[in-house]
Design a binder for this molecule. Structure first.
Ligand SMILES: [Ca+2]
Length: 87
């Protein structure tokens, strides 16, 4: 992965984040509803119950303020990338 690819990936991440975050009015943070929508549309991930969604959300919300900010979002994406990487 080159630096350029990394920068490109970061831009895509930021655009995706803002696209969903602004649905609830605040571009800098994602609510649980924004987050669920993003998982469904971008990751084809349907969390089967509100309970598992909430658990996932709470895990990501590391400062516990009830919303996911861009830093917390990047942690999620880093986790996904690690899962995709061959061992
Ligand atoms: Ca948070």
């Amino acid at each position: 992965v080159t630096d350029n690819q990394l920068i490109q990936a970061m831009c895509i991440l930021q655009e995706t984040f803002v696209e969903y975050a602004e649905k609830s009015g605040d571009k800098t943070s994602m609510t649980q509803a924004d987050f669920a929508l993003m998982l469904r549309k971008e990751c084809c991930m349907q969390l089967d119950s509100n309970q598992s969604l909430k658990e996932f959300f709470d895990k990501l919300d590391s400062n516990g303020d009830g919303v996911i900010d861009f830093n917390e979002f990047c942690v999620l994406m880093a986790t996904f990338l690690k899962l995709l990487e061959p061992m």
